[in-house]
Write a protein that binds this ligand. Structure first.
Ligand SMILES: [Fe+2]
Length: 192
């Protein structure tokens, strides 16, 4: 089983194979199915139906072997499948860093959006291959696939930042991304 590298981590190169969707060497891989996204879609009945109807994989996260500990700089590649549930575009759970620190995403393939929310203000950044999205400390972030193909992006983040998924359940994300005429229509956040 792949896992984080032992500390101290030596200087290394990590190869991303886009066709295979793999990192080499690689760390842990996370697979998020529809059932893992409870309470996040606006249309709860549509979410329940999707879970009962095969519980599809919504996104996966492959990590580099660099550990998530303070002073290290781990990376991961997330791939969100195209799709909608109740008209809402498939997305990541979204999280806040409990230890407020910044992060960058780099679009690799497909079309996506980066939704950021600091509890008051929202920002939406369209992500295409080559776009760098920057999340300042204190801004919760969620990624959305707004295209017809898988959307993949690289994340680079401070290893001590942590992941608080409950923050989004408690505070929302400010906006929701629905399927629209131009790919995406942003609407006010309404509880799921
Ligand atoms: Fe993050």
């Amino acid at each position: 089983m792949s896992q984080y590298h032992a500390v101290p981590v030596p200087p290394m190169s990590i190869r991303f194979d886009q066709a295979a969707g793999t990192l080499s060497p690689e760390g842990p891989t996370l697979t998020r199915r529809m059932s893992d996204l409870e309470g996040l879609f606006r249309d709860h009945e549509a979410w329940e139906k999707a879970v009962a109807d095969g519980d599809p994989v919504v996104y996966s996260v492959i990590s580099s072997p660099v550990p998530e500990i303070d002073r290290e700089l781990p990376q991961s590649i997330t791939t969100i499948q195209p799709g909608t549930t109740g008209g809402e575009l498939w997305m990541t759970k979204g999280h806040q860093h409990p230890n407020h620190q910044g992060e960058i995403y780099l679009g690799i393939s497909g079309r996506g959006g980066l939704l950021m929310f600091d509890g008051t203000e929202t920002r939406w950044v369209e992500m295409t291959p080559g776009t760098i999205g920057y999340m300042p400390p204190g801004w919760a972030h969620r990624s959305v696939n707004i295209g017809d193909e898988p959307y993949s992006f690289l994340a680079v983040y401070p290893g001590g930042a942590g992941h608080d998924y409950g923050w989004v359940l408690e505070h929302g994300m400010g906006l929701r991304a629905l399927s629209g005429a131009d790919g995406v229509e942003l609407v006010d956040y309404v509880e799921g």
